[in-house]
Design a protein around this ligand. Structure first.
Ligand code: ADP
Length: 588
């Protein structure tokens, strides 16, 4: 609104100023013309009067007689009234004056400007103020040789009279002024309307608001410019919206990804980053203060930084249209990350961080397992081979010795079979857990069966057994797996804990989801430093002794996996009073 007003006011002020200047110029010009015209007219009249006076003087021979008083009659002959006639001789003495009675006493007139001029140019004029009448007079003198005839008339051409006389002219000027004013008003109104519209448009555009196509813009250049701008703006808005939608889609897609991904411009300015990327960067840097913008300073990204320095150099060109990329793995506190960076043709680039901890760990584990299995199989295989070789190379050996070697070899094949059974069991639990048949299992009955099967061995070592499991402890699970849990635990006690010991199995707690069990013996226990690793595959506390006692090192690993399959957990600790205690849960 303010803009519109100041704009229109300015145009008005300019218009009025120009108009006033113009009018004043015309008036001054007109006044001058009028003055010149009236003066010429007056001079003409006065010249006529001078001629008449001169003729009169000549006719009545006044110059010879000196009777100039007679000139008074002249006045009646002259049509114009109020014209003063003075006759002055060559020396400037006033011979007659029509408006002064006692003209003989008048001062010398030779120095009067009009007389002076007439002396040289035959006639002269001068406009002068009269003290007596307080009015302007036009004096005109004509030189007739022997005397001057000077005539004077009231000179009343002034601005006031002129303006009074030019009524019509002023009215016309005022009418023109009003008419032009109206036109200017109309034009500025249309102009400021357009400007106001454009201004409103600019404000709305700055606020990023939608703008309909304006049809009420005026039909002039300004309106046309306005329409074009609005059209361009609307196209831009549509394009921007499309981009925003695509960006949103891309962003959603990026956030679904398991990888951390971030896009950068060639100047390393970050464009888009998903939440995984930010999360991984904080893990890698060990602080949350590192943002995806300054990852290049991180030690783990040194390699990437070097690669980028080379690739982003403007002279570096791509060979065979292949996008340059770098890929490497970082290991951070037991977590593995794959870093992949791809540079695009425009030197923008993306960085991908993938958490490969699980697959990497599994890979390492499998690798370890394979070498462990090979190692474990080698020992019994080597001894079987040893016995057979001995038998083959020594045919003369006694029957008794032969029987001994064959029995040893057979025992080793049994051990091999045990080992392979354990390995396949553990593999089955891990890779095909869903194949085990699941049904309600009464735990007390399972444990009782296992104890019955091991009765002879328990008796041989004089092991006492306390079973405190309630009748109603039922879990949804696989009976043979659950049996192997208890079988392995009891066998371990038999094998490692020593003789004359006591074993106790009890359920000591339950909650909405779990049964809580405790298995304990009062044997030799497990040295503290080995405790954290006893559930690992092939881990044995005392290698030499265990080999002899026939353990595979897989027993507790099977226990742990079987319990995990039943959604439970197991921990081991040494009891203060001696022996180990395994605490575990089984889902109801
Ligand atoms: P294995 O199948 O060879 O018995 P495990 O994984 O079952 O192997 O056990 C790992 C190690 O833990 C054994 O070598 C043994 O030294 C120790 N251990 C397990 N249970 C007991 C126990 N009740 N008392 C003492 N040591 C035990």
């Amino acid at each position: 609104m303010l803009l519109q007003h100041s704009f229109r006011r300015k145009i008005f002020i300019y218009f009025i100023a120009v108009f006033i200047l113009f009018t004043a110029a015309i008036l001054v010009f007109q006044l001058n013309r009028e003055k010149r015209y009236k003066t010429a007219q007056l001079e003409n009249t006065l010249e006529n009067v001078s001629e008449m006076t001169h003729n009169f003087i000549a006719f009545y021979n006044l110059a010879q007689t000196g009777n100039f008083q007679k000139a008074d009659t002249l006045k009646q002959l002259i049509p114009q009234k109020n014209i003063r006639i003075t006759i002055v001789d060559k020396k400037g003495t006033v011979l007659y004056d029509s408006s002064v009675k006692d003209y003989s006493r008048m001062e010398n007139h030779l120095q009067r400007p009009e007389i002076q001029r007439a002396l040289f140019a035959k006639s002269g004029s001068n406009i002068r103020h009269s003290e007596t009448t307080n009015q302007e007079y036009y004096f005109y003198a004509h030189n007739y040789g022997d005397y001057f005839v000077r005539t004077a008339a009231l000179y009343d051409i002034n601005l006031k009279h002129f303006l009074e006389a030019e009524h019509l002219f002023l009215i016309v000027i005022i009418i023109i002024f009003l008419a032009v004013g109206l036109v200017v008003n109309f034009v500025t109104k249309r102009l400021s309307l357009t400007i106001t519209k454009l201004k409103d448009f600019a404000i709305r555009a700055a606020r990023n608001e939608p703008i309909e196509n304006e049809n009420d813009l005026p039909d002039n250049e300004l309106g046309e410019i306005g329409k074009q701008i609005i059209e361009i703006y609307n196209k831009l808005r549509v394009a921007n919206n499309d981009v925003a939608v695509e960006k949103e889609r891309l962003f959603n897609h990026m956030n679904i990804l398991n990888e951390g991904i971030s896009f950068y411009r060639s100047n390393r300015e970050r464009m888009l980053t998903n939440s995984h990327f930010i999360q991984y960067v904080s893990i890698l840097s060990g602080t949350s203060s590192i943002t995806p913008d300054n990852i290049f300073d991180l030690p783990d990204f040194k390699k990437l930084n070097k690669f980028l320095e080379k690739q982003l150099h403007k002279d570096t060109e791509f060979r065979n249209n292949e996008l340059p990329q770098i890929e490497y793995t970082i290991n951070k506190n037991e977590q593995y990350f794959k870093i992949l960076c791809i540079v695009f043709a425009d030197k923008s680039f993306e960085i991908l961080i993938t958490d490969i901890t699980q697959p990497e760990k599994r890979r390492l584990l499998k690798q370890q397992l394979t070498s462990n299995i090979a190692h474990e199989l080698k020992t019994p295989l080597a001894s079987i081979r040893g016995y057979i070789e001995t038998l083959m190379n020594n045919p003369a050996v006694s029957e008794e010795k032969k029987k001994y070697f064959i029995e040893r070899a057979f025992a080793q094949t049994e051990r091999l079979q045990l080992l392979l059974n354990d390995i396949s069991l553990i593999n089955n639990i891990e890779d095909a857990g869903e194949l085990f048949e699941i049904k309600p299992v009464n735990v007390k009955r399972i444990v009782a069966d296992v104890i019955e099967n091991l009765e002879n061995r328990l008796l041989a070592k004089n092991i006492k057994f306390t079973l405190n499991i309630d009748e109603d402890v039922v879990v949804n699970g696989n009976d043979s797996l659950l049996a192997s849990v208890f079988q392995n635990l009891i066998e371990n006690s038999v094998n490692y804990a020593g003789e004359n010991i006591k074993i106790e199995i009890k359920n000591y707690l339950e909650d909405k989801n779990y049964w809580y069990f405790s298995y304990s013996d009062n044997g030799i226990g497990i040295p503290e430093e080995h405790l954290p690793r006893i559930f690992e595959r092939f881990y044995r506390v005392d290698l030499g002794r265990n080999r002899e006692t026939g353990g595979t090192g897989l027993g507790l690993s099977i226990v742990k996996n079987a319990i995990q399959l039943h959604k439970g957990k197991i921990t081991a600790r040494n009891r203060a009073e001696g022996g180990v205690e395994f605490l575990f849960t089984l889902a109801k």
